[in-house]
Design a binder for this molecule. Structure first.
Ligand code: GNR
Ligand code: NI
Length: 174
């Protein structure tokens, strides 16, 4: 179990285009395990490798939508290696997005409501599926990270400046 430090803006690594994984091996699986630990520790629903400083096209997602009888979330982590956005719906959906690299800041972002994504899982097996709902949104947010794009790039300049100002203020206070 390893919880890794999370890279935050304005770290220039968040603007890198991450590199495809050549072979899914034990090193990839160790990265996935550490990213999953880090995501749960930070209470996020997704994490891209560059957010822990690794320039590889690897994501983990657990929407944590199901809870057990004790009210605690049932963990259901998934790894997505070399994910590719193949097609998207014309219909858009809006979610109030946050990002572990832009702590405690939120903004409504419009994205395609459904997305067809191809990826490899941690065994190296290929998948090709249409995703919808929060999973489609989160997947697009995470694939953006692999391309050096952040959710604040999708909102108006006015809203972006507000988010960045509030973050600066939060950092001064803590
Ligand atoms: O924890 C997260 N919540 C979230 C909410 C709406 C849309 C996307 C996300 S992803 C985010 C974690 C993160 O920063 N992943 O890169
Ligand atoms: Ni993010």
């Amino acid at each position: 179990m390893a919880v890794l430090p999370i890279v935050e803006i304005p770290d220039p690594r968040l603007r890198l285009v991450s590199k495809p994984v050549e072979t899914v091996d034990d090193g990839t699986r160790a990265l996935v395990a550490d990213m999953t630990d880090t995501m749960y520790d930070a209470k996020g629903i997704g994490l891209a490798a560059i957010q822990v400083g690794v320039e590889s096209r690897v994501l983990v997602i657990d929407l944590q939508e199901q809870e057990g009888e004790d009210g605690r979330p049932i963990r259901d982590p998934h790894a997505y290696i070399n994910p590719e956005l193949l097609e998207v719906s014309e219909e858009l959906a809006s979610y109030n997005e946050g990002c572990l690299s832009i702590p405690e800041q939120y903004a409504d972002v419009e994205r395609p409501a459904r997305a067809r994504v191809r990826w490899l899982d941690e065994r190296g097996d290929a998948h090709d599926e249409w995703l919808e709902g929060l999973l489609a949104t989160c997947m697009q947010h995470e694939i953006d990270h692999l391309n050096g794009v952040l959710f604040v790039d999708h909102i108006s300049r006015l809203k972006r400046d507000m988010v960045l100002k509030k973050l600066a203020k939060l950092r001064r206070a803590t």
